[in-house]
Ligand binder design. Structure first.
Ligand code: FAD
Length: 411
């Protein structure tokens, strides 16, 4: 339990990916570090990540893999602590890992290995971690000479509950963001930023499935469980990966990726045949096998159930007519639709299932060299609470490690 009137060099809010990394980095410098975690367990998102195997980084980390109002902000931290540094740490701890497609690195055994590694590093350098610790007020005690904060913390256990006043020279906000409240997602970091007058950029769910409220919803419901490789584009970005139909709409890696660039009201374009010029395919099929049905031709490239839905949508009256009876113009239009199916999602599934929160603390308020608030030395923001969000593929954890490491060197 916490004792009253204790003084720490560094207090970190949130025992998630960024907070734990920052904690042992600061403690390795001899700082006295306390981590406050509001929930009853540390690292919940790490444990649930990557389907329980934690996609902990990516071999090809680049600033282009991140979404932020300032795309340059993340570069400094990512260069200071790279994916290679994290991989070396994983190897030092003898954690078995594997590369999956697009350079994504996952644990072979369990995400528990990554959390155990972080906790071991914390233990080695005497980091104090307190769970069930709810933050009350924060008072800024900073003077012109030195930074300082006083925190009111309420800690509850099964038997007792105690309120303490704690002081620290550096306060690091690593409380994550709004995504998946059941795994600790909270807006506390934004409240703290607001308290200190920092600008917040609008927040919305990222890496989230998309839903429909029009007739497409029924099609998705019928096709639920089917998946195929497609190219999806929106607002100048495109990704080629698996799409999964769900009861509510569309999901799968390609949709999670594009959701970072989709805003309500936008359309997305789906290329159902990303490796084929569909118009040419249909015209040559008509020339070579004019007696075939269009659906038979397409079934060689697309799931049968999807082709049946497309037929109802695009050529219902010609469903049982041979290709020879299709006009060239009509085939050209169908080819275009197959390469560019334009859909207008009604909403994303939101924070309930989103892997990240886009937006957050404006990076203009922070120094990219140390993650410190420019006009309030001693206050740091790291991880997902900051307006830096990664693509799917281990980039969000790499940002947590890199930003946590950077703050840990200066807090
Ligand atoms: C289901 C799921 C799977 C994911 N899989 C991957 C993946 O495989 N690879 C990848 O790169 N990214 C993945 N992500 C994203 C990744 O988990 C986050 O980007 C990352 O955890 C952010 O780290 P963080 O430390 O900023 O926040 P978090 O890890 O969320 O940690 C924040 C911590 O702060 C605590 N907290 C909140 N409010 C307070 C408060 N008031 N006081 C004290 N503590 C507080 C929370 O309980 C939590 O423990 C996944 C996300 C989800 C939801």
């Amino acid at each position: 339990m916490l004792s009253d009137d204790e003084h720490y060099d560094v207090i970190i809010l949130g025992a998630g990916a960024a907070g734990l990394f920052c904690a042992f980095t600061a403690a390795q410098r001899g700082r006295r570090v306390l981590v406050l975690e509001k929930s009853n367990k540390v690292g919940k998102k790490i444990l649930m990540s990557g389907g329980g195997r934690c996609n902990f980084t990516n071999l090809y980390v680049d600033a282009d893999n991140f979404v932020s109002a300032n795309p340059h902000f993340c570069k400094s931290a990512l260069a200071r602590y790279t994916q290679w540094d994290f991989i070396a740490m994983v190897e030092r701890h003898q954690i078995e890992y594997e590369e999956r497609k697009h350079g994504q690195l996952f644990c072979v055994r369990s995400a528990k290995d990554i959390l155990a590694m972080l906790l071991r590093e914390c233990e080695l350098v005497g980091v104090q971690i307190e769970i069930n610790a709810e933050l009350g007020t924060i008072e800024n005690l900073s003077t012109a000479e030195q930074s300082g904060f006083q925190l009111e913390v309420l800690q509850t256990s099964k038997l007792t509950s105690s309120s303490s006043k704690l002081c620290c020279a550096s306060l690091v906000v690593a409380s994550g963001a709004l995504s998946v409240p059941t795994l600790g997602g909270s807006g506390k970091g934004y409240d703290i930023a607001s308290q200190f007058g920092l600008k917040l950029l609008p927040r919305r769910a990222g890496l989230a499935p998309l839903m429909f409220s029009d007739s497409i919803k029924a099609i998705c419901n019928t096709l639920s469980g089917n998946s195929l490789e497609v190219e999806v584009s929106c607002n100048g970005q495109s990704f080629t990966e698996q799409l999964l139909f769900t009861h509510r709409g569309i999901s799968g890696p390609v949709i999670l990726q594009i959701s970072n660039y989709w805003q309500p009201g936008d359309v997305i374009n789906i290329n159902l045949l990303p490796h084929l010029e569909a118009g040419i395919l249909l015209h040559s099929a008509k020339a070579q096998r004019g007696a075939s049905l269009l659906r038979s031709v397409l079934q060689q490239h697309l799931p049968k159930s999807l082709v049946a839905e497309l037929q109802t949508l695009w050529w219902p009256e010609l469903g049982d007519r041979p290709l020879a009876e299709f006009g060239d113009k009509q085939l050209a239009t169908l080819g275009k639709q197959l390469n560019q199916w334009t859909l207008k999602p009604s909403a994303s599934e939101g924070y309930r299932t989103a892997e990240v929160t886009l937006g957050g603390v404006d990076t203009n308020e922070l120094s990219s060299k140390n993650m410190q608030v420019k006009r309030l030395p001693g206050l740091f923001f790291i991880g997902e609470v900051v307006d830096v969000s990664g693509h799917l593929g281990g980039f969000n954890f790499q940002w947590a490690w890199s930003s946590g490491h950077t703050a840990g060197l200066f807090a």
